[in-house]
Design a protein around this ligand. Structure first.
Ligand code: PA5
Length: 430
């Protein structure tokens, strides 16, 4: 179960304001469920949980297993919704220092020549035993034409064809729309394995399709449990959407009061990829027609020694959302020492979880007293099942809340503006 604690946000608006927002949230929820809102042909992220495709899950797991057996390196090549979901799950569930399987590398998420040059050098560097690295590449692009992704894909696949010869074809996997787009032409002419992104699912809502599932399975994560966690959350909310309605109404009430920023943070660094995923999901969905809360991310307690100062005493236009895990991720304790030269003996025997919890509660108190509405989103444990639940929870909340703002959550017309200007400068023919 996902829980919300909005007590430290509810003090910033009246009960009447909240109950009117709650009524609005109920109507927005109906629009999602009955597919009567704007962009209702983009609700496939609900359809796939209502009718789980077990055969596809099984096939992806088998394919991922065979890649894990052979790969030293797996490259996820995509941008925006085509990579943030996989990264969120991998960062949350995989060990930081000892990868559980092939090393996962990201490409195609920006256009830095330096990054790509260093990446190519790394691919070319032999292993300690002098052997060539075994590299697999998953290019992910719904449109099949995004420049950042296409450029990295061209660079990496050219090298792979040179070094692996005919074997390159089995090492390159493409995830894209059913038809259309340059990527589909390339797949056809080269014979790469293809995974389809359903037409009715947009990039940032696509993590539970092959977009996220294949890379996550290659990283050794149990995608069946992840997926069915999301299915449980879907089923729960079809019956009792109270938590979603409360959260949407709180966020909407704060937006209406004039708050402009939402700092999405956690005291658990493993959840920073998830914070980046919600940042992308919310930002591209709500930031239209002069509306929306700007989503920023914060890693605590690191950032308390940085823009934490601004959260505490800067302009009073921000709210804070904290992702909280109830059960400790580790029982690691503060070591005992014979002397007390570092004056930390008062913490001896305490777990780092307990200390981090105190830091979290102290921060919430201080921020609230400093005029910041704080919302806690709570999961019990950090595992596949809970993460699956949290993913659908945020997808649904985003749709409901953005409908409350009166805008279409599923398009991103503003993204075209930078592309047009860039292509003009690059001399691309219309
Ligand atoms: O949510 C979205 O639709 C976007 O963030 C896209 O995922 C992003 O622009 C990448 O697009 P594509 O998958 O077509 O390369």
């Amino acid at each position: 179960m996902i829980k919300i604690d909005a007590n430290r946000a509810r003090t910033f608006f009246s009960d009447d304001e909240f109950s009117s927002a709650l009524n609005k949230a109920k109507l927005a929820f109906e629009d999602v469920v009955k597919a009567t809102g704007q962009g209702s042909n983009w609700l496939g992220w609900r359809r796939i949980l209502n009718e789980p495709n077990d055969a596809e899950l099984e096939q992806i797991s088998r394919h991922a297993y065979s890649i894990r057996e052979d790969a030293d390196l797996f490259i996820i090549c995509g941008i925006g919704g085509s990579f943030t979901g996989a990264k969120a799950i991998i960062d949350a569930l995989n060990p930081v220092f000892k990868p559980n399987g092939p090393e996962i590398i990201y490409a195609g998420h920006h256009m830095s020549g330096q990054y790509l040059e260093q990446l190519m050098d790394y691919l070319k560097t032999p292993k300690a035993d002098g052997e060539l690295k075994s590299v697999y590449l998953n290019v992910i692009s719904k449109s099949g034409s995004t420049l950042e992704t296409a450029l990295a894909f061209r660079t990496i696949r050219t090298w792979m064809h040179e070094v692996y010869g005919n074997d390159a074809v089995k090492r390159i996997i493409a995830t894209t729309g059913q038809s259309g787009g340059v990527l589909n032409d390339i797949i056809k002419s080269e014979g790469y394995t293809k995974y389809i992104i359903p037409e009715d699912i947009g990039g940032r809502f696509s993590v539970l399709t092959p977009v996220g599932l294949l890379p996550v399975a290659v990283a050794g994560i149990d995608i069946q449990t992840l997926y069915y966690g999301a299915v449980s959350e879907f089923e729960k909310n079809e019956e009792t959407p109270d938590t979603i309605l409360e959260y949407s109404a709180v966020r909407y009430s704060l937006h209406k009061k004039g708050y402009a920023l939402d700092v999405l943070g956690s005291f658990e660094p493993a959840l920073m990829g998830f914070a980046a995923w919600t940042q992308q999901l919310l930002g591209e969905s709500e930031g239209k027609e002069g509306k929306g809360l700007f989503p920023a991310t914060a890693s605590y307690s690191t950032d308390l020694h940085s823009f934490g100062q601004m959260i505490q005493q800067g302009q009073r236009n921000l709210i804070e959302t904290l992702f909280v895990i109830e059960k400790p991720l580790s029982g690691h304790k503060v070591a005992t020492m014979k002397d007390n030269t570092d004056q930390l003996s008062y913490l001896e025997g305490k777990t780092f979880h307990e200390i981090n919890q105190s830091a979290q509660e102290g921060t919430i108190q201080a921020h609230h007293e400093g005029g910041v509405p704080v919302i806690k989103i709570i999961i019990e444990k950090l595992n596949e099942q809970q993460l699956g639940r949290l993913i659908y929870f945020y997808e649904l909340m985003t749709a409901v809340y953005v409908y409350m703002l009166g805008v279409n959550p599923f398009n991103q017309p503003g993204v075209e503006n930078y592309k047009k200007a860039m292509y003009r400068l690059l001399g691309k023919e219309e």
